[in-house]
Structures are given as C-alpha cells and as structure tokens.
Design a protein around this ligand. Structure first.
Ligand code: MN3
Ligand code: MN3
Length: 323
C-alpha cells in the first residue's frame, strides 16, 4: 500500500528532559494523586445536623459553585490548552491535571450524596443552572477557553486558567476552611484541602507556561495582552464580588471573603509574573491556617488527611519550581 504522510508523528520520550521543570511537575502531580473514596465524609454527618439551615445552605452553595468550576476546567480549560501545546511531556502533565479536575468535580458529589437527600441534590444542581453570577462566571471563562487559535489566545487562555485556579476557587474554599478550622465538617474540609493543594500546583505550572509564552511577545504585544488580561481580571472580580455578596449574605463573612479573594487574586497575578493589584487586610487566621502547607496536618504534602497516610511524599517548595 502506498501512503502519503501528512506529517511526522512523534512519540513522547521521557528519557530526556524537554525543559527543566515539566518532569518535576509530573512527579509532584502524580505523588499528589488521591480519590474522594479515601476520605470518609460520613464522619461529618453529626456535625452537619448541628449546623443551622443558613449554614447548610451556604455550605451546599459554595460546593455547588466549585463543582461548576472544576467541570469547566476538566472539560474545557485543560483540553483547550492541551490542543495548542506542542510539547509532548507538557501535554501529558496537562492531561493528568485534567483527570484530577474530573476527580475534584466528582468529590463534591461524594460529599453531597453523604449529606443530602436526592431531592436536595437535584435542587442544588438546578440552582447552579439558574444562578446568574455562576452562569456568567462560566461564560467569562469559556470565552477565553473556546477561542484558542493562536499564541495570543493561548496565552490569554492560560492566564484565565490561572485566575480560575488561583483566585476564583477561593470564594468557595473560604467557608469549608473556616468551618474545618473550628473543628466542623473536618472530613469534607480534608477533601477541600486536597483540591486546594492540587490547584496550587496547577496554578504554578500553567503560570510558568504562560510566562514562557509571554517572553516571546514584543513590547507592543505585551502591552496589548496586559490590557486584555486586566479586562478579564476585572470582569471576573466584579462578578465574583457579586456572587460572594449573594451566597454569603446572612453570614457576616462577605467582607472577609472578598478580602480573601483579593489576597488570592494577588497570588494569581504573581503566578503569571505580574505585580500584586490589591492591598489586602490580614486574612482570618482560622482560614489562613487552612491554607498553609506547613500546618494543619503537620506535613501537609505528606498526608492525605488526618490519620490517613498513603506514602511518604516530599514536601513541595517554591524552590522546586525555579526555572
Ligand atoms: Mn480542580
Ligand atoms: Mn486545577
């Protein structure tokens, strides 16, 4: 059979390093692998029944909002970035991260199925579809993810991904961290901590890829892209504040959550090589404690929750990612 090849098809070769950080990220991602089935959420049932209706309502809603974000990240964000990434080791890291997004999305359902009735779960998923600030957030993100056709749009898609993972998630993470820090809903809080640990790795990796692309643009292009980045940033923040004020109303926590969002928005900008944007107040120490990798489970990176230890993992440090 004669056959004309359209191009040369390459196979991924892990025997040499394509760059000096991707293999380290692969290893760390794989070490962090976890499944929701490893954490027994039923321990939270007693606690759950002691929460007020308003507290339950808020808890359900933050997890529902997070479910939508992880769904979009797994189904749209990662695939769109993968499609324009040429390097095969990098594609593999992104693919693994995409799988983790699906595991994150599924882990919220494992919390719901333990705590809620089928009717309540259906209602919650209907709420996701009817809540305008959530739907708008998804649209703003998809606008970047679905229009990836060249280097500039790939860059903006990566920036948006870092905003989602290092900033938008935190309006949702706040409340589980706040409760777990007071000894409430601790098992569900462990799931959130595992997700947060993954997102922090993802934000760093995609931030590095974005910075590498950024370095290839000329000054005019950099200016144009930074203007477009801040438009995306401000649109997302404006919507996030509206969302936060809505779901956290009656909790008296709105201002603290918005401050926490701004703190994480600064970290997201740093991940992509930009200066901090907000001057923030001190973060609630209960929540900050949940964020810290050194505290909570003593060695945050070596355990999978209180009393659960699958393997001995090396602690992830910023120095691991100096390129
Ligand atoms: Mn995720
Ligand atoms: Mn992620």
């Amino acid at each position: 059979m004669t056959f004309k090849l359209n191009k040369i098809h390459k196979a991924v070769n892990w025997n040499k390093e394509d760059d000096n950080f991707t293999q380290a990220f692969w290893e760390q991602n794989v070490k962090q692998f976890w499944l929701p089935e490893e954490i027994s959420v039923s321990k939270d049932l007693k606690n759950w029944n002691e929460l007020s209706d308003k507290e339950k309502e808020l808890y359900k809603k933050v997890l529902a909002g997070l479910t939508l974000l992880d769904t979009k990240q797994g189904n749209n964000g990662i695939p769109s970035m993968m499609s324009l990434t040429e390097n095969l080791q990098r594609k593999a890291v992104l693919s693994f991260m995409g799988t983790m997004e699906e595991i994150h999305a599924k882990s919220y359902s494992s919390i719901f199925t333990t705590l809620l009735s089928n009717g309540e779960i259906d209602e919650l998923f209907e709420w996701i579809e009817s809540e305008k600030t959530l739907q708008r957030k998804a649209e703003l993100i998809l606008e970047a993810y679905e229009n990836v056709s060249d280097k500039k749009s790939l860059y903006l898609s990566m920036i948006t991904s870092v905003f989602l993972e290092s900033f938008l998630f935190y309006s949702g993470f706040f409340y589980p961290l706040f409760l777990a820090g007071q000894g409430k809903m601790v098992a569900s809080g462990e799931i959130i901590s595992l997700i947060l640990r993954d997102e922090s790795l993802h934000g760093k990796y995609i931030g590095l890829l974005a910075q590498e692309i950024h370095s290839t643009f000329n000054e005019n292009e950099k200016k144009e892209l930074s203007d477009r980045m801040y438009i995306i940033f401000n649109n997302l923040m404006e919507n996030e504040i509206e969302y936060t004020n809505l779901i956290y109303k009656d909790s008296n926590l709105e201002a603290e959550v918005i401050n926490f969002l701004q703190y994480n928005a600064n970290r997201a900008l740093e991940n992509v090589g930009f200066e901090k944007y907000y001057k923030v107040e001190a973060i609630n120490p209960i929540v900050l404690n949940g964020l810290s990798i050194e505290t909570k489970t003593h060695d945050f990176f070596s355990t999978k929750g209180n009393g659960y230890q699958k393997g001995i993992y090396e602690e992830l440090e910023d120095e691991d990612f100096i390129i």
